[in-house]
Design a protein around this ligand. Sequence first.
Ligand code: SF4
Length: 282
Amino acid sequence: MCRPLEKYGRSHLKVTELSGQFWCERQVALSLEHPRTETEEMACGSEVHKRLMLELVDEVPVTLQTAEDELYLLMLNVRTGLEQLVKDGKTRELFVFGRAGAFPVVGIIDEVSLDHGRLTLLDHKTRTRPTLPPPPSFLTTEVQVMTYRKLLDDLREGRYVFDDFMQDRNFQESGDISPEFKAQLEAAGVYERISPVDIAREVFGKFRQLPPVSDFIIIRYIHQGSGNHLGDKVVLYDQGIIGQKLVHALQFWNGEREARGVGFRERWKCNYCEYKGVQCRE
Ligand code: SF4
């Protein structure tokens, strides 16, 4: 059996792909070949995330030309987020990188706050119904936020460092940003004479200086229609549990087994799936 990332020319996994396997693994596998179409619910969720992010930062639209531009922008955003976290006690949409097994993984943490010398992760979920979710959807969320916490802690503890990142991204030391991108940054007043690789090195140094991460991760539920806060749930980070879940999930990415569809008791999930009856005939 071939390994799915190689088959689809992908360099890394997303945290949401790993967690999505605990909703329906076949759905994740199908999304590689048939990218998911954005439903009204997903669009509304993205809108809420963007609104929350813009409460803390201004957005500057830019056009990227090269891989160096991408790296520079990514690292500039992460550095801004880390500085904001230390200075103001909170940041949103923080990119994190690392590995699950041998696979490079990336994720975006909705919110990290700093209080009493500890970092706390928070994830926003939007709900169409004005109720908290039932247990089957909560497992997916648990895997998602525990993976974020693992990645952030690996960066903080130096278990995933600058050299690992450069190797995973296959970046070379040389190379500056394109003149077009530089002109856009200058116009926005955010250009700094530093190479993309040096800004990445700086970012990894800043991760190492972060204080410890709390084992309690907050999930905040927001009603899509009204925007009301429905309530919070707390996930207690458990290294053993997330380790086992990732081992199971990675068997699929390693090409050790086919993707599994939902079990008999979870067939109701298929009613919310765009692949039902077309690419998937469960
Ligand atoms: S139809 Fe059901 S089993 Fe098939 S991919 Fe969708 S959720 Fe999974």
